[in-house]
Write a protein that binds this ligand. Structure first.
Ligand code: NAD
Length: 297
């Protein structure tokens, strides 16, 4: 008998795997079910050592399959859902927008609907600052309007609307976060920080499309995991929380910083032969990302 039965979707992805490890290790009194369809960017490697833990189980499954989702939640006595599964790579969303809609919108709807049918005690939903559209680097607060500027952001905004409607209509206990760009260990190298690092390790150039002047805010994955831990215990139902950092950097400066670190150059040396600026790809132009005002926690 466990105190809490927690269903983590996307637990084999970047943020999800850190969250699963944190919860399994810190709370032996909680039972953690990791539900993931294992797409191209997932890995069970960092989670392998959890297999022998009595409070952990991995289930291969798709959030877009309503019957399996419902049965799995019921069979495992789930009382808490932490919904992180998503198609998460902005650039790919220009190529496969419908796949993003299917997973991020329909999949989220499947989950929250099952949560309602089973009287789940908490539905935690992971969203993104991309929903603000990063309009000209303005300071955003939770009340700022949605201005998604790419298919990924639009699907995340749509999912938010569905999730919050279950709070407003049925008082289903929902807590949501919108996070800045997250970085950290075992992130799939289609995201900017691991992409630059892995290119340097392969002796390739850090390639930037455009002038690299767009500024983004970054937050470490351990801070996000701690925020989620706090919010699943103390978050107010029906609330949305911006979770971000004050650390902002342009993509060009980020590349220069990593190149200097990699080659252990000091501030005076300039070996930026490893930097390559390319023409902006059509249809993948991204605005600067949102900066947050004071958060509520
Ligand atoms: N990484 C970031 O910078 C960032 C920033 C803000 C918000 N987010 C949000 O955080 C969450 C996690 O992001 P991430 O970077 O870990 O993403 P990720 O792409 O690394 O992991 C997503 C996981 O979801 C799984 N998944 C995808 N579709 C599924 C489906 N239909 N059924 C079951 N599992 C499925 C994938 O297999 C993968 O393991 C996402 O909701 C994302 O939108 C991420």
């Amino acid at each position: 008998m466990f105190q809490r039965y927690i269903f983590v979707t996307g637990g084999a992805g970047f943020v999800g795997s850190h969250l699963v490890i944190h919860l399994v290790e810190k709370y032996p009194e909680y039972y953690i079910v990791n539900y993931d369809k294992l797409n191209y960017c997932s890995s069970l490697k960092p989670l392998e050592y959890l297999r022998t833990k009595p409070n952990y189980k991995f289930i291969l499954g798709d959030i877009c399959d309503p019957q399996t989702v419902y049965n799995t939640l019921k069979k495992n006595n789930i009382d808490t859902i932490l919904h992180l599964a998503a198609e998460s790579h902005v650039d790919l969303s220009f190529e496969n927008p419908l796949e993003f809609s299917l997973t991020n919108v329909y999949g989220s709807h499947v989950l929250i609907n099952a949560a309602k049918e089973l009287n789940i005690k908490l539905f935690f939903h992971m969203s993104t600052d991309e929903i603000y559209g990063g309009a000209h680097n303005e300071i955003c607060c939770e009340e700022s309007s949605f201005q998604p500027s790419n298919p990924y952001a639009a699907t995340k905004a749509a999912a938010e609307c569905i999730v919050m409607s279950y709070w407003r209509t049925y008082k289903l206990p929902v807590v949501m976060i919108r996070a800045n760009n997250i970085y950290g260990p075992h992130q799939y190298p289609d995201k900017v920080v691991p992409r630059f690092i892995s290119r340097l390790l392969q002796n390739k150039k850090c390639t930037i499309h455009g002038d690299g002047q767009k500024v983004r805010n970054f937050i470490n994955v351990s801070d996000i995991v701690n925020a989620i831990d706090t919010l699943i215990h103390k978050g107010k139902h029906g609330e949305i929380y911006n979770i971000g950092s004050d650390f902002s950097i342009s993509i060009l400066e980020l590349a220069k910083f990593l190149i200097k670190k990699y080659f252990k150059l000091d501030g005076r040396q300039k070996n930026l032969g490893k930097l390559e600026l390319k023409k902006q790809l059509n249809g993948t132009k991204r605005p600067s990302m949102a900066r947050f005002g004071k958060t509520k926690i």
